[in-house]
Design a binder for this molecule. Structure first.
Ligand code: SAM
Ligand code: SF4
Length: 326
């Protein structure tokens, strides 16, 4: 049995959130006071997370992205990652991080078998970075990126959430990072996850980002790989790296969606914007892998053809991205 939904999409990518906690408070992700912290009893144990991962891989998942909250703040993350890397059939184990702890941890993550890092960095200006993250030190992230390269990671994918009037003036500077470095910079459309008044005013569509880039550079499209995420990728002609645009709101890449998500509390979601999820805890309690697999098959059977979010609507329900993992 494989995870194929009712719209013919093959699900080969699991985003697994290991914690809702974070050492930053990015304004687009959570309220200033942080999210209501869950108790340890509400969070899946590493053993259960591993069982979810194994069940998913046995059903055709080939890529797992570990996310959070900030995944590197959870104690014991390194041995857990090693245990995932050992799952037969898993082709890619990757991780998304804000980079703050990479200076200390990059080497261990590499040894554990993490193949690639996505690092969130929304500004190259220390004061803007602090304003967006509310507490963050940009230099630490830059040091973390350098540490990851020293540890032998391939050049990182840098994720920038573009917000009008806040950091959108830096789009070209971010793109220029790829001229002489083989890194990838991905511009992410701002999604209205927290209850931000007038969120449309902050949103910059992927189309506008590409127009701004195309006004300065010649962009050559890059073919997508089998396990690729939702970004539309380009190379600036003559550049060493790549740029990508993730148009979750405007672009509706839903027809190519190959992913499911499981939160740190065990809620499985077939779509980022789905209001409901499937609680895996009762299925995990049975301790029979077949029961868990059937639950994942049921989840995928209900995967919507597309999400209903649009910048023309203002009826979204607020949620903290840190609970779901992006
Ligand atoms: N803490 C890690 C980090 O920041 O990379 C991993 C978790 S974070 C929730 C995963 C990704 O979601 C990050 O790249 C972040 O920028 C993105 N994200 C969070 N809230 C978002 C929003 N409202 N719109 C677009 N992207 C968002
Ligand atoms: Fe934390 Fe990542 Fe959310 Fe920022 S985007 S608050 S770093 S979980």
């Amino acid at each position: 049995m494989k995870l194929i939904d009712n719209h013919g999409r093959k699900i080969n990518y699991l985003r697994l959130s290991v914690t809702d906690r974070c050492n930053l408070r990015c304004r687009y992700c959570m309220p200033a006071e942080g999210v209501e912290l869950l108790g340890h009893e509400d969070i899946l144990s590493y053993e259960d997370l591993q069982r979810v991962a194994k069940a998913a891989v046995s059903l055709g998942v080939e890529k797992i992205r570990i996310t959070g909250g900030e995944p590197l703040v959870r104690k014991g993350i390194v041995p857990f990652l090693s245990s995932l890397a050992d799952i037969p059939g898993l082709r890619q184990l990757v991780l998304t991080t804000n980079g703050l702890l990479l200076t200390e941890m990059a080497k261990d993550l590499r040894t554990a078998g993490v193949q690639r890092l996505n690092i969130s960095l929304d500004s190259l200006k220390a004061d803007t970075f602090r304003a967006i993250t509310r507490t963050g030190d940009m230099e630490r992230v830059l040091e973390g990126i350098a540490a990851a390269e020293r540890a032998g990671f391939p050049p990182p994918k840098i994720n920038m959430v573009v917000m009008r009037g806040i950091n959108d003036s830096e789009v070209l500077d971010f793109a220029r990072l790829t001229l002489d470095r083989p890194c990838t910079v991905r511009f992410i459309e701002y999604m209205p996850t927290t209850k931000e008044e007038n969120w449309q005013a902050l949103a910059v569509s992927g189309g506008e980002i590409l127009d701004r880039l195309a006004a300065c550079f010649t962009l050559d499209p890059i073919e997508k790989g089998m396990l690729a995420g939702p970004s539309r990728d380009f190379r600036i002609r003559g550049g060493a790296g790549a740029i990508g645009v993730i148009t979750a709101i405007s672009g509706h890449f839903c027809s190519d969606c190959n992913r499911i998500r499981v939160t740190s509390t065990g809620m499985a979601k077939s779509c980022l914007f789905a209001h409901e999820g499937l609680d895996l805890k009762p299925f995990l309690a049975v301790r029979d892998p077949t029961v868990l697999k059937n639950a994942l098959l049921r989840l995928v059977g209900c995967k919507p053809a597309r999400h209903g979010m649009s910048s023309a609507k203002n009826d979204h329900r607020a949620f903290a991205m840190a609970n779901i993992g992006g």
